[in-house]
Write a protein that binds this ligand. Structure first.
Ligand SMILES: *Cc1c(COP(=O)(O)O)cnc(C)c1O
Length: 493
């Protein structure tokens, strides 16, 4: 299996795609063809790990079977995820299911991929290679999940940048208290897009690259531009279909919908891979918050970032430049020149427009809409009242957009809504959603206690102890000082 840059010119095997992270010309490595699932074989795989090993083997053809087995076994070892099979599928009613992806060490879906990525990366690096310097821009959850995944991993150092005023208090605290000898964290004065474009600029600046090469490092990425992030996410779409089948909730080959709270378009793109692999998916439903640049694109074919950036109660989706859309554009058009033109238009004019046939192809697989903060809070309350099920602010965007989808289409296809974070990560907004803003003035950590008192839903271990942990990473820097920060941190170690 070969991987091409979405902008052409470079073709590599999966190991190289993983340790490079991004292609030389700024494109994203994408498989040249998408393998098909052998359903007879799949049906015999009775655990999450077995499904993961099978799916990995279709894509990572330059890894040995032992290497793949080892990566999966270590990533999903007993005790790492607080549920038996990595993720959990809950039935809400005969048509609606919640796929809980937040049972990992940092309580967001990012763990499912970021527990595997370090193992893939270590096995991808040529023996003589320098140390990996992993740069991460985060809107909150990726940063913590990447720090946990890479902490104390040999031959790696990890530097995380987050928007200092753009993450929840729990998210910030999780990152600034990170332990591990090879972990570095800084807030930047700016939003997520500033952090992401700062990281991209550092990656592609030859002077910076040369400087750190001389110091014995090479840059790589743990963001979802890395194919090693995307692949582990394909697995849970396929696993949940199997689970629905095994429990008798659907018939063989029955089509299902997935609703995906969307920011950078990584998670839902994994669903698109699953669909192209033959999984019987009817619609992939993009659920955006009011930074609705992606759902607007699905509706109109125009991707327009020339708009105000809003801070919302679903901060991990506060994004205007969704990197992974570039992979979709390549997979749909199969044409490097078109992708390059779209990306150039976006860079130079702030928008691009796809042709009618491209839009029609995208709309045959996707549907999209957005949810305001007000609607998101209403969804938290109504889902709790109707199903006694507590959801976080991001997953609530999914529920609200699903309501809109049903109103507009009357589709009764069975539907799985991806649950992307544990509600305690966003306790203050969740408790205020449930109790009509009664607790607007409380401390965010007090909110955790109140949410527990009111719902008796268990507080995750790692969130309980957060307030008493020492802050080890207090830095907040200007956005043009990111490279200086990196240099200072790697200088004498
Ligand atoms: C990252 C994140 C998202 C958005 O996922 P993308 O892959 O960026 O589309 C949604 N919800 C939560 C809780 C997240 O951490």
């Amino acid at each position: 299996m070969e991987y091409v840059s979405t902008r052409g010119d470079q073709k590599v095997l999966s190991k190289e795609a993983i340790y490079l992270g991004i292609a030389n010309n700024g494109g994203l490595f994408t498989p040249v063809s998408i393998p098909k699932i052998d359903f007879e074989h799949l049906k015999e795989l009775n655990s999450y790990k077995k499904v993961a090993k099978y799916i990995f083997s279709l894509y990572l053809t330059d890894f040995s079977k032992e290497e793949i087995d080892d990566c999966i076994e270590k990533a999903y070892a007993t005790g790492k995820f607080d549920t038996k099979d990595v993720v959990e599928l809950k039935k809400l009613n005969s048509n609606l299911f919640a796929l809980e992806l937040w049972h990992g060490p940092t309580y967001a879906f990012k763990d499912v991929a970021l527990q595997v990525l370090p193992h893939l990366l270590i096995r991808s690096m040529p023996d003589s290679y320098k140390k990996a310097l992993i740069l991460v821009a985060t809107s909150g959850d990726t940063g913590k999940a990447a720090l946990e995944g890479f902490r104390d991993v040999e031959k790696t150092k990890i530097v995380v940048f987050y928007p200092s005023e753009g993450v929840s208090d729990v998210q910030k605290r999780q990152m600034t208290t990170q332990e591990g000898k090879n972990t570095y964290v800084a807030g930047i004065i700016g939003n997520f897009d500033d952090a992401q474009s700062g990281v991209k600029e550092i990656f592609t600046n030859p002077r910076y690259v040369e400087t750190i090469n001389k110091m014995g490092y090479f840059f790589t990425s743990a963001n979802s531009i890395n194919f090693g992030r995307l692949l582990p996410q394909v697995v849970y779409y396929i696993w949940s279909y199997l689970e629905l089948l095994r429990k008798g909730f659907i018939k063989e080959s029955e089509k299902i919908n997935f609703v995906v709270p969307t920011g950078n378009f990584g998670n839902i793109l994994a669903g698109y891979f699953a669909k192209r692999m033959g999984l019987p998916i009817s619609k992939l439903i993009v659920a955006s918050n009011i930074n609705s640049v992606v759902s607007d694109f699905i509706k109109t074919g125009v991707y327009d970032r020339r708009r105000e950036f809003y801070k919302t109660i679903s901060p991990s989706m506060d994004i205007l430049v969704a990197s992974n859309l570039e992979r979709l554009l390549y997979l749909v058009t199969g044409n490097f020149e078109m992708v390059k033109k779209y990306m150039l238009d976006l860079k130079e004019n702030g928008y691009f427009k796809v042709e009618k046939d491209v839009l029609m192809s995208i709309q045959s697989d996707f549907w999209g809409d957005f949810s305001t903060d007000f609607e998101t809070k209403k969804a938290i309350k109504s889902v709790y009242n109707e199903f006694s099920y507590l959801i976080d602010t991001h997953s609530a965007v999914g529920f609200d957009v699903y309501r809109k989808y049903k109103d507009k289409t009357s589709d009764i296809t069975k539907t799985v809504i991806l649950q992307t974070a544990n509600p305690y990560k966003f306790a203050k907004d969740v408790v205020n959603a449930l109790f009509d803003d009664e607790y607007n003035n409380i401390d965010p950590f007090e909110a955790i206690e109140i949410l527990y008192q009111k719902t008796k839903v268990e507080i995750p271990e790692g969130i309980k102890g957060l307030l008493s942990k020492a802050v080890l990473h207090p830095d907040v820097i200007e956005k043009d000082k990111m490279f200086d920060f990196i240099l200072e941190k790697i200088k004498d170690s």
